[in-house]
Design a protein around this ligand. Structure first.
Ligand SMILES: *Cc1c(COP(=O)(O)O)cnc(C)c1O
Length: 230
């Protein structure tokens, strides 16, 4: 459906893509399945924010790549794997349960860090496995326990739109997520600027996401070229 075979992975391509994104929007360069050489090509243009969806691949790349890279975990995270990333991860986009949030806090205490997180909200029409619905999110945010988790900082929400060519569908899903973000910010965070990030938009739909209020976009194929798998 969406093809990025036209993408020629080169320094010029990377630079012109990054320059085309409004500067207040952060770009997570999604490097999953891509070799470290490709990551370094992007890094050498001055870009420092990268994202992976698997813990093992993330830790492997963290260990061999420059230490000033900001690593984001964008994929599903199991509670028992948090310990592998707690000492270095910059932002976890995919918190989808209280249990996971508690585990992240626990490992953050051990690592003597505050870990920034987003709640992943399910907005797509498709049957996908991960993410909270509005009610589940509100339940977590209302629970007294959340105030005891002093080593996690809830920075905002993340969502993945339906994989479709129907742009009005995608726009409406992003709009729904933005409304939920505003609702949470007002009702649970006293409009605090700590709750300020809305991670939505990938290669095929990032422009719509930005128009609908994204502060972070997660772009893989359009930056690195098509992946062979995943
Ligand atoms: C792979 C992935 C992306 C990037 O996808 P592209 O379509 O290649 O830009 C973004 N977000 C998540 C959660 C992903 O798993």
């Amino acid at each position: 459906m969406r093809k990025y075979s036209g993408v020629k992975f080169s320094e010029n391509h990377i630079k012109s893509f990054l320059a085309s994104v409004p500067k207040e929007v952060k770009v997570v360069a999604v490097s999953k399945t891509k070799p470290v050489e490709d990551i370094l090509t992007v890094y050498d243009t001055g870009h420092k924010i990268f994202g992976e969806n698997r813990v093992q691949e993330l830790t492997g790349k963290f260990e061999i790549l420059p230490r000033d890279i900001e690593w984001h975990l964008i994929g599903h995270l199991q509670s028992n794997k948090v310990k592998h990333i707690a000492h270095f991860v910059h932002l976890i986009h995919s918190v989808d349960s209280m249990k996971l949030l508690v585990a992240i806090n626990h490992e953050a205490v051990k690592a003597k860090r505050i870990i920034d997180v987003l709640f992943q909200v399910y907005i797509a029409r498709e049957e996908t496995k991960f993410g909270l619905d509005k009610q589940e999110l509100v339940e977590i945010l209302s629970s007294p326990e959340i105030h005891t988790l002093e080593n996690v900082r809830i920075r905002g929400l993340m969502g993945i739109a339906t994989f479709t060519e129907d742009m009005s569908q995608i726009r409406s899903e992003f709009g729904t997520l933005k409304k939920l973000f505003d609702f949470c910010k007002q009702n649970f965070f006293g409009n605090s600027d700590t709750f300020s990030e809305l991670s939505m938009g990938m290669s095929g739909d990032y422009k719509i996401a930005i128009e609908e209020g994204a502060t972070i976009i997660r772009v893989g194929s359009l930056l690195f070229g098509e992946r062979n798998y995943l």
